[in-house]
Design a protein around this ligand. Structure first.
Ligand SMILES: Cc1cc2nc3c(=O)[nH]c(=O)nc-3n(C[C@H](O)[C@H](O)[C@H](O)COP(=O)(O)OP(=O)(O)OC[C@H]3O[C@@H](n4cnc5c(N)ncnc54)[C@H](O)[C@@H]3O)c2cc1C
Length: 298
């Protein structure tokens, strides 16, 4: 049982690669660190991470489970719980359903959640042949029959990029979006098939065979790249008027990953920039070193 009165040096929210790496670094300065995580998370859905140095291929689940083992060696307090709100008095107050913890520094590393279409059988293929991230899994579509599903101009851009990098055999399925005429021409020039419809079911058992549409039509495919975007897991930060990007979406930080609220840091998918496991881990290490230096100055 975690002591809610313990004076923590830093509380980390989210045990993805960013939060775990920050916990390891801070605890190795013998700092009092509490890591709060609700479980699940984006990295856990990654079936094959092949772009993480030192790991030829590792599943996200394995990577996180190893991290959770690793923090035990360095006395990190860990609790499986959801953070509901953070407020700030003289220090930060971190509120869960049952407890309130306090700390002068907080690292928000709670990542994002994919927006996905309602598709029967999606769970059978997610992370294996149904992908949502080009940097993560674009490579796995190389030379394959690819269906891109999207609902915005981003999907048009994505299709052209996927053609340049990975495969010539692309169908773009647009849901409730009609691109400008010149982009339709571009898709045609690139040999990318354009379909307007709504997907309802992924077909196949061991192997993806295609997608069934609302009008009962079928598009054959071996892999899907879905481009519906994601939402940030940042509800618990709603008390703070955080500086965001021009769309009011991602959190802007300084080069030390500190947000516009002093003492509150943000990592990984929450902040502007690229979201990859190895990048989040690097940011975690950097934030921890910075917070330790600040603690030395206190
Ligand atoms: C299918 C898929 C495949 C991917 N493949 C790759 C890949 O091959 N290579 C790569 O580099 N990246 C990959 N990624 C991306 C990668 O997983 C993340 O972008 C990256 O790891 C960011 O990590 P993070 O630390 O920011 O957050 P996450 O890994 O998302 O972790 C956030 C954690 O915070 C927890 N949390 C959220 N809200 C709360 C709350 N209120 N209270 C407590 N806990 C909370 C979550 O449960 C989760 O455990 C993939 C992502 C997906 C979805």
């Amino acid at each position: 049982m975690i002591d809610k009165h313990k004076p923590y040096d830093c509380i980390i929210i989210g045990a993805g690669p960013g939060g775990l790496q920050a916990a390891i670094h801070l605890a190795r300065y013998n700092r009092a660190v509490l890591l709060l995580d609700r479980g699940g998370g984006r990295t856990r859905h990654a079936a094959h991470i092949e772009n993480y140095l030192g790991q030829k291929a590792v599943s996200g689940k394995e990577l996180i489970d190893i991290g959770l083992e690793q923090i035990k060696h360095f006395n990190v307090d860990y609790e499986k719980t959801t953070v509901l709100q953070i407020t700030k008095e003289d220090t930060f107050k971190i509120h869960t359903k049952d407890q309130t913890y306090s700390s002068p520094f907080v690292i928000a590393s709670t990542g994002a959640t994919e927006k996905l279409p309602h598709l029967k059988n999606l769970h059978l293929f997610f992370g294996k042949s149904f992908f949502t991230c080009v940097d993560c899994d674009g490579y796995r579509t190389t030379g394959k029959k690819l269906l891109i599903i999207g609902n915005s101009f981003n999907s048009v851009r994505l299709s052209v990029a996927m053609k340049e990098m990975f495969t010539n055999d692309i169908t773009l399925l647009l849901v409730n979006y009609n691109p400008p005429a010149d982009y339709k021409e571009l898709l045609e020039e690139e040999g990318i098939r354009l379909v307007y419809n709504e997907p309802v079911e992924i077909l196949g058992k061991e192997r993806m065979e295609g997608v069934k549409l609302k009008d009962d039509g079928i598009i054959e495919c071996e892999v899907i790249m879905c481009s519906f975007g994601y939402i940030l897991n940042d509800d618990y930060l709603s008390e703070f008027p955080l500086k965001r990007d021009r769309n009011g979406f991602k959190i802007i930080t300084d080069h030390n990953y500190e947000t516009s609220v002093p003492g509150l840091f943000a990592l990984g998918a929450l902040k502007t920039g690229n979201a990859q496991a190895i990048i989040a881990a690097g940011q975690g290490a950097s934030v921890a070193i910075n917070i330790n230096q600040r603690l030395l100055e206190i």
